[in-house]
Design a protein around this ligand. Structure first.
Ligand code: SIN
Length: 303
């Protein structure tokens, strides 16, 4: 009789994923924020500051360090953040990124309103992706505060792209190291914002070629940088080779070993690092509503 407790080939950690699991994240003695791991593999909860009051220089330094250590932060026990304040917090981390398709909230082009409700035809980010990876300079990070939540559901999944890279075997990493992939916006964005009054006829959405593995400019760690949402082909391979390898890499990067699933509480703010995590929003709460504000920070050219 089959041992039902044995891990199936589909979920078994592969390569050297165990090594990654054993790597402890730094435990730092912060003075201004309390930081607690959200899960053993990824993410941390942050307490002790209310972002509605903005960020002091000392708080910024600690939040920045915690962000690099944990890849995604969840700020708990928050008040609603005014749009001007959320923009100012984003600007502490770099120039803001303006979305190529979404016109932004009235009067605040740097703020994307995330809003799904009974009349919605789709919700933002229902597929695994790294935000706007089709841009030449894709976003460094994204800050999302949710002000309206369904009674249940509407969780966001995050997956660790450092761990995905590190879990691949050495020969496969050696092969992937010199390869580049195309990331396209056209199939994602065309017609998507018509309900915001956007007529995109004649508009050209971005596409960019990025290395399949990128080195994080601040931590120096390597991450797998392909995602099911935007990545459409591997430049150096034949189409059938590219399709097969990409499907393998998508499935690998989406393995549950690398994931967490975040259950939101009202006014939580999540801040994720698009250079080393992917995410996916679950739209399992229709016809209920879910609403919030997203600010995105411009990043570097992936190398
Ligand atoms: C997104 O920015 O991709 C949406 C994330 C979410 O709504 O949880």
């Amino acid at each position: 009789m089959a041992n039902v407790y044995a891990k199936s080939p589909g979920t078994r950690p592969s390569g050297n994923v165990e090594t990654k699991r054993q790597r402890a994240r730094p435990r730092r003695n912060f003075r201004h924020i309390g930081v607690r791991p959200y899960a053993p593999n990824l993410g941390a909860e942050v307490r002790g500051i209310d972002l509605a009051d903005g960020l002091t220089d000392e708080q910024f330094e600690e939040v920045h360090q915690a962000f690099l250590d944990n890849q995604v932060l969840f700020f708990k026990e928050q008040s609603p953040i005014a749009p001007e304040t959320q923009i100012a917090i984003g600007e502490r981390f770099g120039d803001l990124h303006f979305h190529p398709g979404n016109p932004g909230k009235d009067g605040y082009p740097a703020i994307i309103e995330i809003h799904s409700h009974a009349d919605s035809k789709m919700a933002n980010g229902e597929y695994w992706h790294s935000d706007v990876s089709c841009d030449e300079l894709p976003p460094l990070g994204t800050m999302l505060q949710l002000h309206v939540l369904p009674e249940s559901g509407g969780d966001t999944m995050f997956a660790d792209s450092y761990a995905a890279w590190e879990a691949l075997s050495e020969p496969l990493r050696a092969m992937l190291d010199g390869l580049h992939a195309k990331h396209d916006g056209e199939h994602i964005y065309r017609g998507r914002y018509a309900n915001f009054g956007v007529d995109d006829e004649g508009k050209v959405y971005p596409s960019a070629v990025h290395p399949i593995t990128r080195t994080h400019p601040e931590t120096g760690r390597k991450a797998l940088y392909v995602n099911r949402g935007f990545t459409t082909g591997i430049e150096e391979l034949e189409p059938d080779e590219s399709e097969a390898l990409l499907e393998f890499l998508f499935e690998h990067a989406e393995k549950i070993d690398f994931q967490i699933r975040y259950r939101w509480e009202l006014n939580d703010m999540a801040f994720w690092d698009n250079r080393c995590v992917m995410h996916r929003a679950l739209w399992d709460y229709w016809p209920a509503a879910r609403k919030g504000h997203r600010v995105t920070i411009k990043g570097d050219k992936p190398v």
